[in-house]
Write a protein that binds this ligand. Sequence first.
Ligand SMILES: C[S@@+](CC[C@H](N)C(=O)[O-])C[C@H]1O[C@@H](n2cnc3c(N)ncnc32)[C@H](O)[C@@H]1O
Ligand code: SF4
Ligand code: SF4
Length: 358
Amino acid sequence: MGKPGAGLSGVDLLRAAFGIASSRVFGRHRPLFVNIEPTHRCNLSCTYCDKHDGPQMTTEEGVRMVHEVADAGGVSVCFDGGEPLVHPGIGDMVRAGRERGLAVAISTNGLLVPRRIDDVAAAHVMKISVDGAQEIHDRARGPGAFERAIEGARVARDRGIWVALRMTIAEHNVRAHRDVLAIAAQLGIEALFQPAIGSLFDAEQHRAAHSPHVAAYRETIDDLIELKRRGAPVANELVALDHLRAWPDPKPVPFCSGGRVMAAIGPDGGVFPCGRVGRGEPAPNAFRDGVARAFAATLRPTDCASCWCSLTVANNYAYRLDPRLLAGRLGRRGAGVDLAAIDLPEAGLVELRGRRTR
Ligand SMILES: C[S@@+](CC[C@H](N)C(=O)[O-])C[C@H]1O[C@@H](n2cnc3c(N)ncnc32)[C@H](O)[C@@H]1O
Ligand code: SF4
Ligand code: SF4
């Protein structure tokens, strides 16, 4: 699956570095890292999410977006949602990405992975939402969601996809991060963490009733930093955890990559600097104008202090060429770590034992 110069995530590191440097030094901005949202529909309606109902692009539009991202110099696409696996054409979009040499990632709740694995097996990376052990996960995501998400993670991992769990830390699950780490470790994968903000359509809504208690959240981030230092499979970089710890107090990133090397394309073709900003305003449209022209007209935020998405934060520190990011990436990764040595609780492991595998 890999190719020379490509990291585990499938990203062509040389092209990515060259594209970032061109953007930073010469102001030659190109859509290198693009989130495509094929649909805002979803097969769940999680209590803290406001992006599970709405428009859906056609398969032809989705495939065209992938080709146009590649034509515009793109390095990676990530299919997000809503739930991208409810889109009947997700397989065509994933395959188009691979055919064009892009790194392909999918953000999913995992439920449909076993059923649709042949469609998505070509993806390099899959982020599967897991918010705690079974009872806690299902409390916000609905009965049966945990078991199917874990099964999806196993199936994807066994097909050679690089899988990471993603925990959204909310009011109901704020102390469940060690369970998520224990589950990730048992699966031999890593886990990402981020706070539940007020609205996915407006990053400036930092908090809502479903958000975690601030002190408990910050204790969680401190614990994650400590556990990562001790070898736990925390996928967020240390510099990103340090940034996320500030939530919900506004904290600008040193350089925003949105509209410069990163973009999000919504299900109606709207192009935004990232998934969470610019949604309420008129936006350039990639269906109407093509990806390259729409990207050139996209908002380029300069004073955004609301970067709370697990991976976007890290991308922005990479865009800054932050040496601490490199240090984190050269460090020990979590898969295969001896959990006994880092004193994680057993709860997640107990939940998983006895679960059927196919
Ligand atoms: C919108 S979902 C789309 C992909 C897929 N449906 C899933 O659940 O993973 C992407 C991520 O956003 C997270 N999310 C949903 N509502 C959120 C909120 N209010 N604040 C922060 N993250 C949120 C989800 O937990 C998930 O990890
Ligand atoms: S978080 Fe994902 S699975 Fe849950 S309702 Fe939102 S889009 Fe659907
Ligand atoms: S700082 Fe983060 S949240 Fe704000 S526009 Fe840039 S990428 Fe988006």
